[in-house]
Design a protein around this ligand. Sequence first.
Ligand code: HEM
Length: 152
Amino acid sequence: MSDFFTFENMINHAHGATNHFPIALLFVSVILDAVAGKRPYLRSTAWLLLVLGTLGAIAATVTGLVAHLAYEDDPILLAAIEPHQFLAFGTTAIFAGLAVWRWRSLRRSSDVGGTLPYLAIALVGLAVLGVTGFLGGNLVSEWGIGVSGVTR
Ligand code: HEM
């Protein structure tokens, strides 16, 4: 148990601890915007989840970059990691862009959340996020990256 709290072990687990936040929060944010209609409390919750989910995507990107450093010298593992990495950059850029766009619209007392262009871009973001998460899961379960475990 005491080995768990070493700095190295915490760094190794940081990506696994952070990457589910953007997946959960951003999916719920977009779903709430799609169903909110004229209910302002759902619209505000969607905005809050967008902000938290985008911060989570930034945290997952930073911890992911740290996690992949150990595999930099292996071209085969690096080739497996790169599609996940670049889609993660795309995910983070899309939702950061949406957050800035929405923040600017809210400052003018309107809310772009729930408009057709916003939802269209958000849906593309969710698709990219979904594939990012799927490929991340493959890194662990298919490639065994970051795993010291047992398979039966
Ligand atoms: C939006 C950002 C990101 C999301 C949502 C994300 C999501 C995931 C998910 C779901 C996994 C499966 C592992 C698990 O269940 O914990 C994973 C693993 C992994 N990801 Fe990411 N990721 C992101 C960014 C990145 C970036 C930028 C890199 C840099 C190369 C990266 C590198 C890795 C690596 C090396 C693994 C396997 C080892 C480990 O989990 O530490 N990820 N990621």
